[in-house]
Design a protein around this ligand. Sequence first.
Ligand SMILES: C[S@@+](CC[C@H](N)C(=O)[O-])C[C@H]1O[C@@H](n2cnc3c(N)ncnc32)[C@H](O)[C@@H]1O
Length: 229
Amino acid sequence: MSTLRKNWDRLRGAWHRDQLPVLTPEEGYNRWAASYGENMNPVQVLEAEALDRLLPDLSGQKVLDLGCGKGRVSRLALDRGAAATTGVDVSEAMLKAAAAAVPSASARWLKAGARRLPFRDASFGVVVCALMMGHVKDLDVALSEVARVLRPGGVLMLSDFHPYAALRGWQRAFTDAASGRAFAIENHPHLFEDYIRCFNALDIVLEALEEPSHEGFPVVFVLRARKER
Ligand SMILES: C[S@@+](CC[C@H](N)C(=O)[O-])C[C@H]1O[C@@H](n2cnc3c(N)ncnc32)[C@H](O)[C@@H]1O
């Protein structure tokens, strides 16, 4: 059996466990940080491939990596020629790991939540929000903050677990390395109609959308959108 196949089976098993205690994103990712990203997660593989296909030219751009985790997107952006990256996350443990994993003078890291970003209007040419928005209940509040900090003409890249997967009972779950206990992390699946409604209200135009599938149903999505003015 291939490693990818085994990882799919493990993931399916993990995401279908019922009645797990549910943690806030801050507590969940502080606990998960020690082991997060150790195994190749098949959803992340599909997401990374689609993100790679849809990313705009990042040369010279100031990039906000919103919900940066261990800094995967910041590293990618710097590799693609971004001038500077700012990683924002609610989890201190993830931010600490990101700073260690991406030791670049052009990368900075800040503890903040998506509902209120500590930046001036039009601070960034590109905002990337990877695999995070499902943790935010108020999509409209978070997206209006994204629109505020994006400069006119700037690009939003957003990926997440597909709402179909969440509605089929998949959870964001992990096993805490310290206690051996399994936990889920608070998740609020947003439908595409929710995204489109918010984009329309914020003058953000959807440019491209990919919904990579596994075994016939979409498990993740990646979109590229542009702030008009
Ligand atoms: C699944 S991880 C993804 C990390 C990274 N974007 C990546 O793709 O590798 C989700 C991250 O979002 C962060 N997060 C969750 N809710 C957040 C919020 N409201 N504001 C900022 N970060 C948040 C978590 O702490 C976690 O590090």
